[in-house]
Design a protein around this ligand. Structure first.
Ligand code: FMN
Length: 225
């Protein structure tokens, strides 16, 4: 727990995810190497690395190239850092406060097309693609990322200066150099490992919707508990 123990600058050794994650088909290793640790060292993130991640994010595809995403961010200790931490719910804040930066992925909920403003049907989908680009680029550069849906939806707009109307906050994302799990509270340290996924055959609906695939069978490995 970082309040009582000084975190150091030694990153945790790169973890061989192949012992945890087995793809059913050939994929690029980066998809398995990205996972969501919670422990961070005290290393600061240089702008060059952070900007590379944002650069990757902005090349995500979006409906009619609207690019509805915006990246509201603060580096640890930067101006407004206290508000960024406060915008995250208490439980996740216990570890998120140690990240080198926090990024809120937000999007514009309306599009301007053919002379009129309309509610966008894809702003959330588009922004999800941007977040994944960000995460994969960070992983390629050796930085750890963790998305946090548990932000304070009521107070985050005020804390971050985001208008209540016309914008949606999707997620907070922490980024930093992965640290030793001993920096974490025991309950988080016990979960500091890559997880798995449900088998692909429970996700594929060839030819149309398959009602039998609505829920994962009890005990399915990789299913949410
Ligand atoms: C939109 C979103 C919200 C999430 N919210 C939280 C959260 O509030 N707290 C948390 O500890 N992890 C959160 N996560 C992390 C997920 O639990 C994690 O991505 C998932 O278990 C898959 O594990 P992996 O990222 O290590 O592959 C979130 C992830 C996403 C994409």
């Amino acid at each position: 727990m970082t309040d009582t123990k000084l975190r150091n600058l030694d990153p945790a050794p790169k973890l061989d995810v192949s012992g945890f994650r087995k793809p059913e088909h050939d994929i690029a290793p980066i998809f398995l190497e990205r996972w969501s640790p919670r422990s961070y060292t005290e290393e600061e993130i240089p702008d060059s690395a952070l900007m590379s991640c944002f650069e990757a994010a902005r090349w995500a595809p979006s409906s009619t190239n609207q690019q509805p995403w915006r990246f509201v961010y603060c580096k640890r200790g930067g101006e407004n850092w206290e508000n960024f931490k406060e915008a995250i719910q208490e439980r996740s804040r216990l570890w998120a406060k140690d990240a080198a930066a926090i990024v809120f992925f937000i999007s514009k909920t309306a599009v301007f097309a053919r002379g009129e403003h309309k509610i966008s049907r894809s702003h959330a989908f588009d922004t999800g693609a941007a977040w994944e680009n960000f995460a994969l680029q960070a992983t390629m550069l050796g930085w750890a990322v963790h998305a946090i849906g548990g932000f304070d939806a009521k107070h985050a707009p005020r804390l971050l200066g985001i208008p209540e109307e016309g914008w949606q906050i999707h997620c907070a994302v922490t980024i930093g150099r992965r640290g030793d799990k001993s920096f974490l509270l025991d309950e988080f340290a016990a979960r500091e490992l890559p997880n798995v996924r449900v088998p692909l055959n429970l996700l594929l609906m060839q030819g149309g919707f398959k009602p039998e695939l609505t829920d994962f069978p009890p005990g399915t490995p990789g299913a949410p508990r």
